[in-house]
Design a protein around this ligand. Sequence first.
Ligand SMILES: [Zn+2]
Ligand SMILES: [Zn+2]
Length: 155
Amino acid sequence: MQLLSMSPASSSAEANGTLKKGLHQDGRRMTPQRRLVLDLFEQIGSGSHLSAEEVHRQLVDQQSKVSLATIYRTLRLLVEMDFLQELELRDGGSRFELADAEHIHHHHLVCVRCGRTEEFESEAVLQAGRDACAQFDFELIDSSLNVRGICAACR
Ligand SMILES: [Zn+2]
Ligand SMILES: [Zn+2]
């Protein structure tokens, strides 16, 4: 089990300065393509974690003609618009899930072989985030813990 990150989920949107601003604002429009991707997440419900490839496969199965590149871009924008939460895996992949207010304080256990993702709650993790913020005088946005492991089926 290894610690992956304990960072605010939404830091990337603000980090790129003014150059990106126009794009960012343009990105806030809900186009049919974005609606389609969001609908998919709403159909499967909160607590499901999909990679871009899985989103693409499901939309193609539903007869949508959409490229994987468009899916990547759309997922990224939906994260910036706070509709989705991104779960970054250290091995380069990302998974996405609905950003649901009641479901925001949870942590993830990820199998590094098959990508199986389980959620857990931990008051101790939330408290560690609060303590660290207090210590360094930060305002807390969110703290999450990603734990990597190998699931029973993959051993
Ligand atoms: Zn989750
Ligand atoms: Zn596994």
